[in-house]
Write a protein that binds this ligand. Structure first.
Ligand code: FE
Length: 353
């Protein structure tokens, strides 16, 4: 899709009106000296080429320049903490509500109220007090080896502890926030005690000790090291789109299954962003968030990582659309974070490495 100036004019104008009202209440020297003109300083743990297109379109529509500092989430959180009151950071963007929760616990965010954001982004994908907003969505699903598993054998996350799966399940480490958030969602559904029993059952059914990332689990299942892998949807889309024959063979061998369709729905998580408590350009930061929640920006932003848009009615990438529609767990993403310490204790005790 080609980005034109016109695409963003409508949203830009509306957002500017909002921001102007807020700017009047801010000191005249609110901007930080990253360059001349109005700026917003984005600390982000994501980078895709199309993100740069979006920053440019935002600048064209509003005159506000986006300065990006890229690092992984924990580095960015440490950096904002050490910069303290003088931090130039306006927005912190990262993946997984569990990581947003960590930043929230450090007191790094300020509450943001925006009619545009609360109308565009569903309740369950944003913080109840507006500390952060989900911008893209991913589902944590099951991938099965089509040669050894019939999809009719699959049903729920809970069923993965059934003895029929002994030595057949692949998952990454519980030190990863994706695993922790999934466990956090199970705690919300079943309570801590039952979830610990589940975690022990899962460990008992593992094909091997957890190693590698999500794609490694899918590859291992395709290679016959196990039969069912737990992984996020966008990793599979990447394999399908890959030009490597090995990746295409993996994608060919594996099927995607959305668990828990007959009850609460599949676990979904987000990438998202919040306005930093000490933001020197808070109004511009809100304006940028509102821009990212427009349908045009949503489509580009989600497609760059083969994710789902959070805004309803926005077109989904064709490969991702090919996964089919599914029912998602409507649990508020802030709960994964709140349950994170408990999830860590449970996975520890269960011996989920
Ligand atoms: Fe990922």
């Amino acid at each position: 899709m080609k980005l034109g100036r016109r695409t963003f004019l409508g949203a830009g104008a509306a957002a500017t009106a909002v921001a102007l009202g807020q700017l009047r209440q801010r000191p005249a020297n609110a901007q930080f000296g990253f360059g001349r003109g109005r700026t917003v300083n984005l600390y982000s743990s994501r980078h895709y080429d199309t993100d740069d297109q979006l920053y440019e379109a935002f600048r064209e529509a509003t005159g506000i320049r986006v300065n990006v500092v890229e690092a992984d989430a924990s580095q960015l959180i440490e950096r904002i903490k050490s910069e303290g009151q003088n931090s130039p950071a306006d927005l912190l963007m990262t993946v997984d509500a569990g990581r947003l929760w960590l930043a929230e616990q450090e007191g790094l965010f300020q509450p943001v109220t925006s009619a545009a954001l609360s109308e565009a982004i569903p309740d369950n994908l944003r913080h109840p007090d507006g500390l952060w907003y989900g911008l893209t969505k991913r589902a944590r699903v099951l991938f099965y080896n089509k040669e050894t598993v019939d999809p009719s054998e699959l049903s729920t996350y809970e069923d993965l502890v059934d003895p029929k799966w002994r030595g057949r399940i692949l998952t990454r480490s519980s030190t990863n926030v994706y695993s922790q958030s999934l466990v956090g969602s199970l705690i919300a559904a079943h309570g801590a005690e039952e979830t610990e029993t589940w975690a022990r059952g899962l460990v008992a059914n593992l094909a091997r000790n957890p190693e590698g990332g999500d794609t490694d689990q899918i590859r291992a299942a395709a290679a016959g090291l196990g039969d069912v892998a737990i992984a996020n949807t966008y990793y599979f889309a990447r394999l399908i789109k890959s030009s490597s024959p090995e990746d295409q063979a993996v994608a060919e061998t594996m099927g995607l299954f959305f668990p828990n369709q007959d009850d609460r729905g599949t676990h979904v998580n987000i990438s998202g962003a919040g306005v930093v408590r000490t933001a020197p350009n808070a109004a511009a930061a809100v304006q940028f968030l509102e821009f990212l929640a427009t349908p045009e920006a949503q489509q580009i932003f989600a497609e760059s990582n083969n994710e789902y848009p959070v805004v309803e009615g926005v077109a989904v990438d064709s490969v991702v659309a090919g996964f089919g529609e599914f029912k998602e767990d409507s649990l508020n993403a802030s709960v994964f974070g709140r349950n994170n310490p408990e999830a860590l204790r449970i996975t520890d005790r269960a011996g989920w490495l």
